[in-house]
Ligand binder design. Structure first.
Ligand SMILES: [Zn+2]
Length: 383
């Protein structure tokens, strides 16, 4: 993994002309189709211009393709000409932009039509098929590559090394917890040759700082309620603002306005309760989940957050996290699906005993690739 050296070169060059280093900004470059074997991660939150970046490369290619054979010789390895761009988008995205044609690369303020230079895929195996069927395309733009299976990182790095192909990945790299999005994102980072970070303005109304964090919040009675740290990683939703407190909203925020309550609680209290349950002592966890659901102020969660946030005016918004419904369900899923501390029987028994919301649990567990049939019966005294 190497960072682009262009910025350093620009700085050195301008400095040699006598410009003070402080005045130097990044140059807006056109895409260099002569260089081969590149794997470029374009990372940034929503609204940072990842799609605009892709459409600029697309427009550059139109100019480059008009050049002579002398240029073609520089941009071609074997059959593949890197001025020929192919765009890959997720099958799930089909129909996401109902106002545009299926081959459109849509961005704010317009769209480009890609004709037969676009394919929709579901996984890395389908990408291999498209790569094979399209030997003349030399630059591949794969939208939101982190959403595919891990093997995609090696499929692209092998194709890039053996055939000189360039790959561009406009993708989210951090989740709402400020962690690396998933294993695929981590492998893409490891196998990339360059990284281009893009930022967006913090969306807080009092702020105009350049930011790169994705913030998840719920809207409850019109109030902004930050998601707790242990909120399930994947909650399927659309792109529009939602007032349904079960569906999260996302926006870009700077460090100061990115509220993430409950991280300390997750590791200091919740996870140890799960570890105890894993050794057979389920009662302390049951008590905490009961309190979260029925007697919130008695819960360790409430006490932790109150101690930490209730005394400072600008931090009090973190307490709004407790207004989001189904917190016990979310905590239970964190221990089961992410931490693997509870057995399926324990999950089912706790759901039954505390009369938790089965619909929400089974839907969210399935989205997080841990489907469970919650209607099974388990014997409580066998746990
Ligand atoms: Zn801010």
């Amino acid at each position: 993994m190497a960072q682009s050296t262009t910025e350093l070169q620009t700085q050195t060059f301008l400095k040699s002309l006598g410009f003070p280093a402080l005045m130097v900004h990044d140059a807006q470059e056109h895409f260099d189709f002569t260089r081969s074997g590149r794997r470029i991660l374009v990372i940034g939150p929503m609204g940072s211009g990842k799609t605009e970046f892709s459409s600029r490369v697309w427009r550059d290619s139109k100019v480059a393709l008009k050049k002579s054979d002398t240029v073609a010789a520089l941009t071609t390895t074997g059959e593949a000409d890197r001025r020929r761009i192919f765009f890959i988008r997720s099958m799930l995205d089909k129909g996401r932009f109902p106002d545009y044609p299926d081959d459109a690369l849509a961005f704010r303020g317009g769209f480009e039509r890609l004709g037969d230079s676009i394919a929709h895929i579901s996984n890395s195996f389908e990408l291999e098929e498209v790569l094979e069927k399209t030997p003349r395309a030399g630059t591949w733009i794969i939208d939101e590559a982190s959403f595919y299976d891990e093997r995609i990182a090696y499929v692209v790095s092998n194709a890039s090394k053996s055939r000189g192909l360039n790959f561009i990945f406009p993708t989210l790299i951090l989740n709402f917890r400020k962690d690396i999005f998933n294993h695929t994102a981590r492998l893409l980072l490891e196998t990339a040759t360059e990284i281009i970070p893009l930022t967006a303005y913090c969306e807080h109304k009092d702020c105009i700082v350049d930011s790169l964090y994705t913030y998840r919040y719920y809207s409850v009675d019109g109030e902004e309620c930050p998601a707790l740290y242990f909120d399930p990683l994947i909650i399927v939703g659309g792109d529009t603002h939602k007032d349904n407190p079960l569906e999260p909203n996302y926006c870009t925020r700077c460090d100061k306005h990115h509220y993430l309550p409950g991280k300390e609680y997750t590791y200091l209290n919740l996870k140890p309760l799960g570890e105890k349950a894993a050794t057979g002592q389920i009662e302390p966890l049951l008590e905490e989940l009961y309190n979260i659901k029925n007697d919130l102020t008695a819960s360790q969660l409430y006490q932790q957050l109150q101690k930490r946030y209730d005394h400072e005016e600008d931090q009090r918004i973190n307490m709004n996290a407790l207004k989001v419904p189904l917190i016990a369900e979310r905590a239970l899923m964190f221990l089961f699906a992410e931490q693997n501390l509870l057995t399926e029987d324990q999950l089912i028994a706790i759901t039954e005993k505390l009369d938790l919301n089965r619909d929400y649990l089974s839907r969210t567990l399935a989205n997080n690739r841990r489907p469970v049939n919650l209607d099974q019966k388990v014997m409580w005294d066998l746990l």
